[in-house]
Ligand binder design. Structure first.
Ligand SMILES: [Zn+2]
Length: 311
């Protein structure tokens, strides 16, 4: 199935394979695309990946798609509300354990932990602060069952606790790799340095198809990863360019790098630029006064300590 054929209706289960169904949640938005994909994999016994937002109609639709079959595990890619908030209700209905990397701030990088301690605040992007998995999955952990083998791959960047799940030739890529949008990386929950490392980690994973948290399956994932990395490097070059003209705040850099952005997306873009600036700060390419946060003035280090990162 290619992107043009992927047109699920909210609440109606759509079969992607004979052992894989997607139920689209009714939460479309500029950040979530058509809505959150809740995946059910298996035939007689099931695994649910990303229960979705806490919307009663979505719970009803997912339970209908489950149809009374045993659910062995509920896996959560990351603890944003649009993926995780329905987990407790679905666990109560099915008796399945919720498995994920950890709670809201688990997996946060040392750089971001230090910046938070110095006062960096979040952009408020829908973190599920109550998220508490029954079982923690670490990088490389394996689940086996009637539905096959699932391997957890820790991919911090969009969020520190982000996991992808490898299942045969398919990879459930959450919000890390999507076909229709690049991933939001907003500090302190998002870390661009980690994001790039995770992209390169996925370049080493053999999977013919990625099943994202939002939108259609990605049928050429290696091409998508190459684009995603190149897109970030291009953005980084634009930001360095903007700073060449002189020191600037994240807001001023955003206005230069994204001149035509709607007000709706401007806030997200500013967080994205801040993610790049923090990454550049970590790598010694920029300095920040008084400290690297949303209000700081960033300037290029003189001399530039390391060249822009190559592919
Ligand atoms: Zn997310």
């Amino acid at each position: 199935m290619d992107a043009a054929e992927f047109a699920p209706l909210p609440g109606q289960a759509l079969a992607l394979r004979d052992d894989l169904v997607v139920v689209l949640a009714p939460n479309p938005s500029p950040m979530t695309g058509p809505g959150t994909n809740t995946y059910l994999l298996g035939r007689d016994r099931l695994v649910v990946i990303d229960p979705g937002p806490a919307i009663p109609a979505h719970l009803t639709a997912v339970l209908q798609a489950i149809g009374g079959r045993v659910v062995d595990h509920i896996l959560v890619t990351h603890s944003h509300l649009d993926h995780a908030a329905l987990a407790p209700a679905l666990a109560a209905e099915t008796g399945a354990a919720v498995c994920a990397y950890g709670g809201a701030t688990t997996g946060r990088s040392a750089v971001l932990v230090a910046l938070v301690a110095r006062g960096l605040t979040g952009g408020g992007e829908g973190i599920d602060h109550n998220f508490a998995p029954d079982r923690m999955l670490a990088d490389g952990d394996v689940l086996d069952g009637d539905w096959g083998r699932i391997t957890a791959i820790h991919t911090p960047g969009h969020l520190g606790n982000h996991l992808c799940f490898l299942w045969g030739d398919g990879l459930f890529s959450g919000d890390h790799v999507m076909g229709w949008a690049s991933s939001l990386v907003s500090p302190p929950d998002g870390d661009l340095t980690d994001f790039m490392v995770s992209c390169r980690k996925l370049q080493g994973v053999s999977a013919g198809q990625f099943y994202p948290g939002h939108g259609a399956p990605v049928t050429d994932p290696q091409a998508r990863l190459t684009w995603l990395i190149a897109h970030r490097l291009q953005r980084e070059a634009q930001i360095i360019d903007a700073l060449t003209a002189g020191p600037a705040t994240p807001q001023a850099v955003t206005a230069q790098v994204y001149p035509d952005l709607s007000a709706l997306l401007a806030k997200a873009a500013e967080r994205n630029v801040l993610a790049h600036l923090i990454d550049l700060h970590t790598r010694g390419i920029v300095t920040a006064a008084p400290a690297p946060d949303a209000e700081a003035v960033f300037r290029l280090s003189k001399p530039v300590l390391s060249p822009p990162r190559g592919i």
